[in-house]
Design a binder for this molecule. Structure first.
Ligand code: SF4
Length: 75
């Protein structure tokens, strides 16, 4: 059975107290994240960016590989 929560997109949350702007996540999710003037990731839209089905594997890689453990995927 599919619930309302199942239909909501995954969202990528960046913990700004941890991120040091090294940019790995920007390279893995180039269509979703851009680099700001200081080298930190910023969502191409506002807030925590939605992660589509085809980006989910790359987003999970970014979460696992972030050197500062600053990324989480949330519903
Ligand atoms: S990979 Fe982690 S530390 Fe690097 S820019 Fe992304 S969130 Fe920040």
């Amino acid at each position: 059975m599919t619930t309302e929560r199942d239909r909501q997109p995954w969202r990528l949350h960046i913990d700004w107290t941890r991120c040091e702007g090294r940019g790995l996540c920007i390279e893995l999710l180039a269509g979703t994240l851009a680099r700001d003037d200081w080298g930190f990731p910023r969502a191409r839209d506002h807030g925590d960016p939605a992660i589509g089905r085809y980006q989910l594997a790359a987003a999970r890689d970014a979460v696992a590989l972030c050197p500062r453990l600053a990324l989480t995927l949330r519903k």
